[in-house]
Write a protein that binds this ligand. Structure first.
Ligand code: CA
Length: 325
């Protein structure tokens, strides 16, 4: 019954999942996925059409890459059914690499993410472990300071970010500088409820944890799970979206557009969305959402209205624009 329930869940969340091969439940739980199906790709503004693969414990792969040890490092992690070359990852990595401010490394775990949701969830600890190993490889060969590492993950990738940071601390006692959760996945993380937060994003995972909720209560977590939690348009449904998956994807659109214009989003620390809406002229001080957020922002929850102003910063809107007019 459990397996059938999980299959139905996968179908609800993504119709493509019905085409994935269904393995025996015992095989899913007991067989560890091969670690070589997770790879790491550095992108550099000098030529964004090619990447330099970073290989765990392989100094040559780093020395021959365009990794710059003088710059902080941003690590991007996709979620379920996605991979490094899906449109939103391409657009995000290019926007970030073009700033020339950071090393930009994309985690590619597509071979393990293109399975039913439950099986992908079982793969995430291995992905997180390898992300931690990759980051510790940078520390080992390039002296990367963990406080200069910022992991950005969408959906299941946000949860992997948190667990990778947990594994880094477990291994080296270092705390990662920042984690950004872009609508962190709720199914099998927030519901059903689990007591342990080891594999779930929370403020203990990094010096600064910021979270953007765009499909809260559905595909994304509703609970505040960072030092700073943003709920654009109330956090549950986004304008132009008729389906959950569209609102869920909006978090990456908002993030990438904030990279292009760090002053695009102004959020306010109201106690609720209704309170935000009730005050036409905002009396409270605003704070940035997106790339410009930092540990200096007072901890708490933030609300803001987002219309279609972000679209001008994207070559195409990655979400399913099912009702946008
Ligand atoms: Ca955690």
């Amino acid at each position: 019954m459990l397996l059938y329930g999980l299959i139905i869940l996968s179908v609800i969340l993504n119709c493509d999942a019905v085409f994935y091969p269904i393995k025996d439940l015992n095989e899913m739980i007991n067989v560890s996925p091969p670690e070589d199906q997770i790879s790491f790709h550095l992108y550099h503004y000098t030529d964004l059409s090619v990447d330099d693969e970073i290989i765990i414990n392989n100094e040559t792969s780093i020395e021959s890459s365009r990794f710059d040890s003088e710059l902080p490092t941003k690590v991007l992690i996709h979620g379920w059914t996605h991979g490094k070359d899906i449109l939103w990852v391409r657009e995000m990595r290019e926007a970030m690499a073009n700033t020339r401010l950071w090393n930009v490394i994309v985690v590619h775990w597509a071979p393990l993410s293109h399975v039913i949701y439950f099986e992908a969830r079982l793969h995430t600890p291995v992905v997180a472990k390898q992300v931690a190993n990759m980051i510790l490889t940078l520390k080992k060969f390039k002296g990367t300071n963990m406080s200069d590492v910022h992991i950005i993950g969408h959906s299941m990738g946000a949860q992997i970010s948190a667990y990778a940071a947990f594994k880094i601390r477990e291994h080296s006692n270092d705390t990662v500088g920042r984690i950004t959760g872009l609508d962190p996945a709720a199914p099998l993380y927030e519901w059903p409820h689990t007591e342990s937060l080891d594999e779930v994003i929370d403020p203990s995972d990094a010096t600064f944890v910021d979270v953007i909720h765009t499909n809260a209560r559905h595909l994304g977590m509703v609970s505040p799970s960072g030092h700073v939690d943003y709920y654009p348009n109330g956090g549950e449904n986004q304008p132009g979206c008729a389906f959950w998956i569209c609102s869920h994807q909006r978090a990456v659109d908002y993030w990438t557009s904030s990279v292009k214009n760090p002053e695009l989003f102004h959020a306010y620390p109201y106690d609720s969305w209704d309170e935000y809406l009730s005050e036409n002229v905002k009396k409270l001080k605003s704070y940035p959402m997106g790339i410009a957020a930092s540990r200096s922002i007072p901890e708490g929850i933030y609300y803001l209205e987002v219309g279609n102003e972000f679209r001008q910063y994207l070559t195409s809107v990655n979400s399913i624009d099912d009702s946008w007019t």
